[in-house]
Design a protein around this ligand. Structure first.
Ligand SMILES: Nc1ncnc2c1ncn2[C@@H]1O[C@H](COP(=O)(O)OP(=O)(O)OP(=O)(O)O)[C@@H](O)[C@H]1O
Length: 357
């Protein structure tokens, strides 16, 4: 199940000219305001006709301007989740969900996802008899997700589905989205401004700037590509590093094995042998030419400089950590003082780490 998009369109001075493929899993469209994300989403949904383009979903053409073909939105079998969950206020949660399924029966012979399974995955069993008015923002979002999945879509479009929620509620919903991603083999096109969401959810990232694709590919690669990491509004520039859980130690810290050596982290619930991804913000990494001693930081890893890129009054240092890439943001003065250049061996002092589920 794959979405292929190729588009050209002009709105006055703004021109869009891009192509990308969204495999199963979450493909995040990421970019500054005005970059063209919503235009792409609208073209995929069939809400606008681009000047030129081809869009196919699982090999089935939805748009081919050369052949004069345009499948109208209601025949595209796409489920939507918007910023504001648009639930029917006069229907109960259950009726809202069943509406999705009724809609599915009308438009496709394919069986919809199992009602009970979706309710369980989204943790909304206790809400079924309530009206939307009596739900919290996060609960509404979960119901809207359920309704979209139950409409038996061939893909999901999510345009900043969590933007209306506070950080705590967002964090509460991300695991449900991840479960949907893993349970249903659907491409999910996900527009987001948040690097945190992207790191937690996206399997593929398409970075858009001024109507063009700046970078695209697996999330960990795009997040650490120079074009992405420097000066692109990614204040949350971070690397994703794969680790394996080794053991819980007597003081409660868990020892993790990375390609460059051990790391210790509190609050890890996964058992020995589990493979996890760590998200390490560039601003949480300090650099040293020799292994620092007598400091409180536990996590110090040997790395090698790949390259340095100037980003305003900061320098972004990309470093090889085993087979992966670690990032650090430092001042130009520190870069000079450390005499950094490609190939230089260094120690990265990691001040904080979070788990990317
Ligand atoms: N109907 C329209 N007519 C003219 N210009 C438009 C139209 N729709 C979008 N544009 C312009 O196209 C560009 C891309 O807009 P788009 O909404 O796709 O960006 P975006 O990346 O989704 O931005 P945001 O993150 O702010 O939602 C902008 O410069 C916008 O002003």
């Amino acid at each position: 199940m794959t979405l292929d998009v190729q588009l050209r369109h002009r709105f006055g001075a703004f021109s869009l000219d891009l192509a990308f493929t969204a495999p199963p899993g979450v493909t995040a469209l990421f970019g500054r305001s005005g970059a063209g994300k919503t235009t792409v989403v609208n073209a995929v949904a069939g809400l606008m006709r681009p000047d030129e383009g081809q869009i196919s979903l699982n090999g089935q053409m939805l748009l081919n301007t050369r052949a004069g073909q345009f499948t109208p939105p209601h025949r595209r079998r796409i489920g939507y989740v918007f910023q504001e969950p648009r639930l029917f206020p006069h229907l109960s949660v259950k009726q809202n969900l069943l509406y999705g399924r009724w809609f599915a029966r009308r438009r496709s012979p394919a069986p919809a996802a199992d009602f009970g399974r979706v309710v369980e995955l989204l943790g909304i069993a206790a809400l079924l008899e309530r009206r939307p008015m009596a739900l919290s923002g996060g609960e509404k979002s979960r119901v809207a997700l359920g309704r979209a999945i139950l409409s038996a879509p061939q893909m999901l479009l999510m345009d900043e589905p969590l933007a209306a929620l506070d950080e705590e509620r967002k964090a509460g919903i991300l695991p449900y989205l991840a479960r949907l991603r893993d349970e249903f083999s659907l491409p999910i096109l996900y527009v987001s401004h948040s690097a945190t969401e992207l790191a937690q959810l996206a399997t593929t990232v398409v970075l858009i700037g001024a109507g063009r694709v700046i970078a695209s590919g697996p999330t960990a690669e795009v997040l650490t590509a120079p074009a992405t990491a420097t000066g692109f509004g990614l204040s949350e520039t971070a690397a994703l590093i794969g680790v394996t859980v080794e053991a819980r130690e007597a003081d409660g810290l868990t020892r993790l094995r990375s390609a460059a050596g051990p790391l210790w982290l509190p609050g890890v619930e996964a058992g020995p042998g589990s493979v996890l991804q760590l998200r390490i913000l560039a601003r949480d990494v300090m650099l040293a030419r020799s292994r620092p001693e007598g400091i409180s930081a536990l996590n110090i890893l040997p790395v090698t400089v790949i390259d340095l890129t100037g980003a305003g009054d900061e320098v972004l240092v990309r470093m090889r950590l085993g087979g992966e890439v670690l990032l650090a943001r430092i001042t130009p003065r520190s870069a000079r003082a450390l005499q950094l250049s490609p190939g230089a061996p260094l120690y990265a002092v990691v001040k904080a780490v979070s788990l990317a589920p």
